[in-house]
Design a protein around this ligand. Structure first.
Ligand code: GLA
Length: 382
């Protein structure tokens, strides 16, 4: 069986095991994402260089026989009479259905299971991936099709308005639009995007989970977003690329957050240029600087993430390393010569104390490519 076939089989079996055999399930797989540079700037219209990776979640969905909504996965089960939020595994899965239903015919009660190797709370966008995988599986079940941008909008409605996380849009756009062996350059102000080929056949990314997850409920994430928005408002701009070096004018309480968003968006644009000219040392340096800014100005790193980043950088053949995702725990990503990847993974596992949660990743395909049967084209309307 292919890897995708295997994943579909596992998710369908999870459904049968949790709730008994039923109608044949429709399935879909969504990848995780890694940001190369451009963290905590998407919600203030910044630039981001990111990609999808081939760690993924697969969702299986089938109609419910008795009108109850059911969800299973990550060792949890949820059953309820309506698709409301309850702080459990059902939330994001049901939110996908509710968001789709809000833009077309309401959906009948569903049974949904999720399985896969993309870890939760690891800074690799598992929240967006589970919502998007559920949305695509539901589209397949209903025999409907959505334009890629509409799918992004539905995933954002699900995460922000239904689950209630005030995220930016980088995760959803990376998971939908990413292309294999390419890095996605996003302009989160205009919505523009372009792809840049990964220029180095022998350079890869090592991702390692720290095992830490500090930001329970997303409180700190929300505070970073509010501070970034306040910094923009204080300077009379609506997006962070407009700040330039005017972060110097901010009052001391806002200055570090303002400097992070102003400099990080510039670093992301520079990272895209480094990819275009194939300057691996420059990209590595920008990743290092990004981590430093996230640590000291945005204050989203942890001692363990800092130690992991330092350990990766100490391995010959590592060009740069940084925390990835929202921070407060999660994972780090290191840019390494392929020949140094094993040594880098070992150095990282020695710091985190975790074995088996270090991955060698390359840019992978997003849903526009892997779910072209139901995603893409101009026609919309679920
Ligand atoms: C999370 C959010 C994104 C983005 C990153 C930080 O992944 O979902 O929108 O803000 O954090 O860059």
């Amino acid at each position: 069986m292919t890897r995708a076939g295997d994943a579909s089989h596992t998710a369908s079996r999870a459904l049968d095991q949790a709730f008994g055999a039923g109608a044949a399930a429709s399935t879909a797989t969504a990848p995780g994402r890694v940001t190369l540079v451009g963290e905590h700037v998407d919600y203030v219209g910044g630039h981001v260089a990111c990609m999808a990776v081939d760690l993924a979640l697969t969702v299986a969905v089938r109609p419910s026989r008795d009108g109850w909504w059911r969800a299973a996965g990550l060792g949890q089960r949820a059953e309820r009479s309506a698709p409301v939020m309850a702080g459990d595994i059902g939330d994001r899965l049901f939110a996908a259905a509710v968001a789709l239903g809000s833009r077309g015919p309401a959906l009948p009660p569903l049974e949904i299971a999720v399985a896969g190797d993309l870890p939760a709370s690891a800074g690799l966008a598992s929240s967006a991936a589970v919502i998007l995988a559920a949305a695509v599986a539901i589209l397949r079940l209903a025999g409907r099709r959505l334009a890629a941008e509409e799918l992004v909008a539905i995933a954002l409605t699900a995460e922000r308005d239904i689950v209630g996380v005030p995220c930016g849009d980088l995760d959803q756009r990376a998971i939908v639009h990413a292309r294999p062996e390419e890095v996605l350059a996003l302009d989160c102000a205009s919505g523009a995007r372009r792809s840049v080929a990964w220029p180095w056949p022998t350079v890869a990314l090592v991702v390692a989970a720290s095992g830490e997850c500090h930001d329970v409920g997303g409180r700190e994430y929300r505070r970073r977003r509010e501070a970034a928005e306040s910094a923009c408002a204080a300077l009379g701009v609506s997006t962070c690329p407009e700040i330039g070096d005017r972060w110097r004018e901010l009052e001391p309480g806002l200055l570090p957050r303002g400097r992070h968003i102003a400099t990080e968006t510039l670093r992301a644009a520079a990272a895209v240029r480094a990819l275009e000219v194939g300057d691996v040392a420059a990209l590595g340096r920008l990743m290092d600087e990004s981590h430093e800014s996230l640590r000291s100005d945005c204050e989203v790193s942890t001692d363990r993430l800092d130690a992991m980043v330092a350990a990766a950088r100490g391995v010959p053949g590592c060009h740069g390393a940084r925390l990835v995702g929202a921070g407060f725990g999660g994972s780090i990503v290191a840019l390494v010569e392929q020949g140094a990847a094993k040594a880098c993974a070992a150095a990282l596992a020695a710091v985190s104390g975790l074995d088996g949660v270090t991955w060698l990743v390359r840019p992978a395909a997003g849903l526009e490519v892997t779910a072209a049967d139901v995603v893409g084209g101009e026609e919309g309307g679920f």
